[in-house]
Write a new protein. Structure first.
Length: 405
């Protein structure tokens, strides 16, 4: 809200609290009547943000907000996905129909507003629907709009044979809300992968991308690197409030966490919350499934990285063997991806792409980093002992190669 770029992209593995964070931010920012602010403030009174009175006075309930998720769209065909998008946008307009009901729309805007609610617009109008809604909110509240987009890359991951159609559509939609749009204050996108900013996000000027391994800036802080997950201090607090007989050392031994570039270790919330709820430490995150893209890539090109997976698998045990040298695997991460890149990429690029998928999907963590203009070199290692189960499953099928189900 204060220091970041106008357009922000935060990527994290699945089940990492992305949607929860966006929902909380939406609740904090969206407008309420003055008499309702105390009730809203009560939701945040025990959180760290309550320590910053000036920030709360400026922002709590003071921003028009558009909050939309593109997860779980129908993806049988481009037509069916387009219909799902239409329904999401229609629901947004229905949520904000008070603008029309209170006669705050320009006369020439009202027919289109109604058509969007009734889902009777064409594709070109649908592309501009978020931008148009931002304009309507700006005119109603006399203030710029904040746009929160959850699972921004989900449609691209599932587009398959109609990737180009989806690519053109969302490139245009995201560009219309962020590029030189005087009605928009900030755009925050969250998702799994950093899609190619030279193409897909080209319409968003100077998008700030913040993965977990974001390098520290000039003041020694990597923005958001310790967000969207639990730190050990936060886990200690949760344990103190929980009646289950669980110890931090046991959770650390099982899950190990993800190393950020600042040295802070982050744990997947799904694993921790599941353990606290059930009182049993288990393979909750691994058992929640692979992403579609990673599953398909490993099926097609898993042989390209079998040696690397074996090195990772056995290096985990060497870390716990005082007679063994600590071993990690050096990998190249591609700064930005296209979901359709792998079929046409040469073998070396396929390896880099799969490593990038593994890292952003949560199957690799960063041990150390070197940043350069050309590539990002990481010493990769397995973040959790529970992932040994999945890695072993991929490797343990003998001569037939990787087995991905």
């Amino acid at each position: 809200m204060i220091y970041s770029e106008r357009a922000i992209l935060i990527t994290r593995p699945r089940r990492f609290g992305k949607s929860t964070n966006l929902s909380m931010l939406y609740t904090f920012l969206k407008p309420v009547f003055e008499q309702e602010k105390e009730q809203k403030l009560a939701l945040f009174k025990d959180l760290k943000i309550s320590q910053f009175d000036w920030f709360i006075k400026l922002n709590l309930g003071n921003w028009p907000v558009i909050y939309v998720s593109f997860k779980d769209l129908n993806y049988k065909s481009w037509e069916s996905m387009l219909s799902s998008i239409m329904k999401r946008i229609s629901d947004l307009y229905q949520e904000h129909r008070y603008i029309m009901d209170n006669k705050k729309l320009h006369e020439y805007d009202e027919p289109l507003f109604k058509n969007i609610i009734n889902e009777t617009i064409d594709e070109s109008h649908l592309m501009d629907a978020l931008s148009d809604l931002a304009r309507h909110l700006h005119d109603y509240f006399d203030k710029q709009t904040i746009i929160l987009i959850d699972e921004y890359d989900w449609p691209m991951e599932h587009a398959g044979s109609f990737y180009n159609e989806a690519d053109i559509f969302f490139k245009s939609m995201y560009s219309s809300v962020a590029k030189d749009n005087k009605y928009v204050h900030k755009v925050l996108l969250v998702g799994l992968l950093p899609l190619n900013q030279a193409s897909f996000l080209s319409g968003l000027n100077n998008v700030g991308h913040y993965p977990m391994h974001e390098l520290p800036g000039m003041y020694g802080r990597a923005k958001y690197s310790d967000m969207f997950g639990f730190t050990e201090a936060e886990i200690k607090f949760l344990l103190s409030k929980n009646n289950q007989n669980l110890e931090l050392d046991n959770l650390r031994s099982q899950y190990n966490g993800y190393q950020t570039s600042t040295g802070v270790r982050i744990y997947n919330p799904h694993s921790i919350i599941s353990s606290l709820n059930k009182g049993v430490i288990g393979n909750y995150w691994v058992n929640s499934g692979l992403t579609v893209t990673l599953r398909e890539c490993l099926k097609k090109y898993g042989q390209n990285i079998e040696d690397q997976l074996q090195s990772l698998y056995f290096s985990f045990y060497s870390l716990h063997d005082s007679n063994s040298l600590k071993k990690h695997v050096e990998v190249n991460l591609i700064p930005h991806l296209r979901y359709d890149i792998l079929d046409d990429a040469p073998k070396l690029d396929k390896l880099d792409a799969i490593n990038t998928l593994l890292c952003h999907s949560g199957y690799l963590t960063v041990n150390s980093m070197m940043n350069s203009i050309i590539k990002l070199i990481n010493n990769g290692c397995l973040p959790k002992s529970t992932l040994l189960y999945q890695t072993g499953k991929w490797l343990n099928n003998g001569r037939s190669g990787l087995s991905i189900s």
